[in-house]
Design a protein around this ligand. Structure first.
Ligand code: NI
Length: 434
């Protein structure tokens, strides 16, 4: 029997808090789970700094990746198999793409990628087609197989159905992370009926479609997503921790460029600073290594770096106010100026963070780089884009919501030891925004 079809002598199961059990029958999948690159995901948290707000959110990308795999496995084995529109030869391809879709994530991806211009999607591709343990497993299936898996994840394949299963408005990735993140944060709004959603999905050449009779289950899923974004993912306190991380990374890069003499040389960062990071170097980076550096940098002579690290580790976060257009127009320049005078470097300590989201983003035109929309399969066999059928979804997709916050170091402007006059001016400006 060829490697692609090889089954384990008995099903392996992982106990999982979201799906109860995750089942593995395929030798290829089992071998992928055992690679160093996949095991590294245990050391990267799924939700980055969210644990500073919701202390339960310590779960890793390892569990999420297994969860996405399990949803795809059930979609194929319990719903798609035997149906017209499903090609059984795509099963292993979809399972591997699901399992590996996040393998290129770095530590605290959000800030890390922003500051160092690293792209986790690019690293996912490189880990699949480069010289890695994952590649060694995949190429035993066939020489083209690694590239085929990478093309599904990178949305470059012609296989639209496989892409929509992993990456669309209603893909296995979103379905797992909403349920998983709701479970670990302990909130009650991320839930929806996964079982029912899977049951009403149908495989079509252009992607997954949902039977019209399942529309209300889809609406529930979209409301859950909306709630999770605004109540969990965009939580202003989590973003405050994120702002600190950004500042730490920016400061450490600046110090390196200025040839500052670190007591603890950031050797793991050198190739990133120099803009030529190899897959091998990238694999060394996980959140444990980051935390080690934050620990030792607390003792650095550079007071900004030491202070930022202390704040991050001990959760002395920055406070925030709403940052309105009015505030920007009337107060922003003056505020930056006063902070500099009071020796608070606004580059690291006074930061505007802006986020926005459209709860459901349907295609406006063929040229849009948006996600594949949700298609309803009508009783007459025709397809209709969801928001044309659901008033609720139509209303939710009308307006993009934006939230802008100004983060600042409350204690620094509140202590009266230095620059008292400046600081009270700064306080007055911030009070205007409350
Ligand atoms: Ni994911």
């Amino acid at each position: 029997m060829c490697y692609a079809d090889k089954k384990l002598s008995e099903t392996k199961v992982f106990k999982d808090p979201v799906h109860r059990y995750i089942h593995v029958d395929d030798q290829v999948v089992w071998d992928l789970v055992g690679t160093a690159e996949f095991q590294r995901l245990r050391r990267i948290k799924q939700l980055g700094t969210t644990y500073t707000t919701f202390h339960g959110a310590e779960h890793s990308r390892f569990g999420h990746s297994l969860g996405v795999y399990e949803i795809i496995r059930r979609m194929i084995d319990d719903v798609f198999t035997g149906r017209e529109g499903w090609n059984p030869a795509d099963r292993l391809l979809c399972l591997c793409a699901a399992l590996l879709h996040d393998v290129g994530h770095g530590p605290f991806s959000h800030s890390f990628e922003k500051v160092f211009a690293v792209d986790h999607e690019e690293f996912t591709q490189r880990m699949i087609v480069g010289d890695t343990e994952i590649n060694n497993v995949l190429k035993q299936v066939s020489t083209e197989f690694p590239q085929q898996v990478a093309d599904i994840i990178g949305k470059k394949s012609n296989n639209k159905l496989a892409i929509s299963m992993i990456s669309s408005q209603i893909d296995a990735d979103r379905m797992d992370y909403l349920l998983r993140d709701a479970y670990f944060t302990g909130v009650s709004y991320g839930k929806f009926d996964l079982e029912r959603l899977l049951r009403v999905m149908r495989p079509l050449p252009q992607g997954i479609a949902v039977k019209k009779s399942g529309m209300h289950a889809v609406e529930h899923y979209i409301i859950s997503r909306y709630q999770m974004y605004w109540q969990v993912y965009f939580h202003p306190v989590t973003r405050s921790a994120e702002v600190l991380l950004n500042s730490i990374f920016k400061r450490v890069r600046y110090l390196y460029q200025e040839e500052y003499r670190f007591q603890h040389q950031p050797v793991h960062f050198y190739s990133i600073f120099d803009g030529k990071i190899s897959v091998e170097d990238y694999l060394q980076l996980d959140e444990n290594i980051m935390m080690y550096y934050f620990q030792v940098w607390q003792k650095e002579d550079d007071t900004i770096l030491a202070d930022l690290c202390r704040r991050f580790l001990h959760r002395h976060l920055l406070k925030y106010v709403d940052f309105t257009d009015d505030f920007q127009k009337n107060n922003w320049v003056e505020l930056e100026h006063l902070c500099k005078k009071a020796e608070i470097d606004p580059k690291y300590y006074v930061v505007v963070d802006s986020i926005s989201d459209l709860p459901y983003d349907f295609y406006r035109s063929e040229d849009d780089d948006g996600c594949q929309p949700i298609l309803l399969l009508m009783p007459d066999g025709k397809l209709r884009e969801l928001s044309r059928e659901s008033h609720l979804v139509e209303a939710m997709s009308r307006k993009e919501q934006t939230d802008r916050k100004l983060y600042y170091p409350y204690e620094m402007i509140d202590d009266n030891t230095h620059h008292t006059e400046m600081k009270s001016k700064i306080r007055r400006i911030l009070d205007r925004s409350k």
